[in-house]
Write a protein that binds this ligand. Structure first.
Ligand code: SF4
Ligand code: SF4
Length: 168
């Protein structure tokens, strides 16, 4: 449909009406198409999505089912590798009598890089797929040993590289 431009350079009334109607049609067409497409969003928090098994959620320290103890051998590797310096470990005793007395993670500083999980030789520290940790009080984001035990799933979710490490 060709429209004649007015001598003064302005669009004619018919042209303006046509452009308005065409724009309306395009908008409604996009709305209708979207209405019948498969939805990719959910009504959070009423509905929740299942996250990937390798999701980097909160960190946890699972208890070893066989020994009923921490899997942690207090090697301090996770504390050393953490780029944000948010892991704090303390222990007493020596050799086999070594006992974990403090294992704190400041989750407000954590960048979820996963280095602590990857470096752990015993898969003592794992990611869990829990992501609802927001709080108005920053102090709530300091997870101590008890919190980290409580957060642990029965089965480790995102573990380190121990199981996929190839023999040399
Ligand atoms: S995920 Fe990264 S930043 Fe968070 S505690 Fe582990 S090493 Fe530190
Ligand atoms: S790397 Fe693993 S075993 Fe070593 S201190 Fe950290 S959690 Fe414990």
């Amino acid at each position: 449909m060709s429209m004649q431009m007015q001598p003064n350079g302005k669009k004619s009334l018919a042209e303006q009406v046509w452009q308005g109607a065409w724009g309306l049609y395009l908008g409604l067409r996009a709305t209708l198409r979207t209405m019948f497409e498969r939805k990719v969003t959910v009504s959070y928090p009423l509905q929740k999505v299942n996250v990937s098994p390798r999701w980097h959620g909160l960190l946890a320290l699972p208890i070893d089912q066989e020994t009923d103890n921490d899997k942690c051998i207090i090697c301090f590797q996770c504390e050393r590798v953490c780029p944000d310096r948010c892991i704090h470990i303390e222990a007493t005793g020596k050799a086999k009598d070594r006992l974990l007395t403090r294992f704190d993670i400041e989750m407000d500083k954590c960048c979820y890089c996963g280095l602590c999980v990857e470096v752990c030789p015993t898969e003592a520290i794992v990611f869990v797929p829990h992501y609802e940790a927001s709080t108005y009080n920053r102090a709530n984001l300091l997870y101590d040993l008890e919190d980290l035990h409580r957060a642990a799933p029965k089965e480790p979710i995102a573990t380190g590289i121990v199981k996929v490490r190839k023999p040399r």
